[in-house]
Ligand binder design. Sequence first.
Ligand SMILES: *Cc1c(COP(=O)(O)O)cnc(C)c1O
Length: 343
Amino acid sequence: MSAEKREIDWENLGYGYIKTDYRYISYWKDGAWDEGTLTEDNQLHISEGSTALHYGQSCFEGMKAYRTKDGRINLFRPDQNAKRMQKSCERIMMPAFPEEQFLEAIQAVVKANESWVPPYGSGSTLYLRPFVIGVGDNLGIKPATEYIFSVFAVPVGLYFKGGLTPSNFIISDYDRAAPQGTGAAKVGGNYAASILPGQDARKRNFSDAIYLDPATHTKIEEVGSANFFGVTKDGTFVTPYSPSILPSITKYSLLYLAEHYLGMKAEERDVYVDNLDEFSEAGACGTAAVISPIGGIQTKDGFHAFHSETEVGPVTQKLYDLLTGIQFGDVEGPEGWIRKVEI
Ligand SMILES: *Cc1c(COP(=O)(O)O)cnc(C)c1O
């Protein structure tokens, strides 16, 4: 079946689970990952003692497959996801999944679900969710004796409603991750802790919570599921620096594109919440969020508006066009950023 034949309104997809045809699964036992296989079964049968269930010994990745104008399929820097997942595994004592096998698994899942890759121009993409979980019979707080690596795929639309229409965010009173904690790893526990602040923010009509540095509560760290960026009034692209921010591949890509494609100054440095005035534009960036312009931020001292609450700023628009242009194959990106899926 082709994507065109599916009864799906590709332009208006949300961000929810849809069961697609195939997922990849590999088991780790006695010191090694097996060769892995594709399966139609979307249910996992695991021990009640699994460390993933009780102690959050789990990590994940998020990436997308993009349909190009000529009907091919692009992956965006998938090697970076493979490497980051290895770091996440290391931090919580899970066996790293080999990079080559990771890339093969991604290719296999996209290929097997080709008819779920949304058409070019719909704005939608096929989201890929690799994850590793500790499983097996266990009771104490220690590394599991068995692991599962799996990748499933879901067609998705926009993560923050409105797309390039700015939305508002609120500074959270909660902390996301301690400086020497697990903030830089994409591990399950970080997200369990962020569900309440995220829901609080949405209940008050904000898109999401923005977290400050837990040590001083003076500096912006990131959004619950995306990194923060600002564009200063004199045209510098800035993202916060902190050891507890999740190192967003989108963020590092934008730092590169701002400098090398747009000729801007680009830097990672402290961003003080009481100095938001230095920015003419701000946004949230990540695989899911892509680039979501921030209209304004609610702080404890009041509401700070950026460029406009209704229109995307000029630099944000340029970065969005460039990034998505590369991802969908319309713009030549830096060497090695795009991997084609063999279909
Ligand atoms: C995944 C994630 C991001 C975005 O990272 P990308 O590599 O750009 O997708 C940002 N912040 C958090 C907390 C994340 O989990």
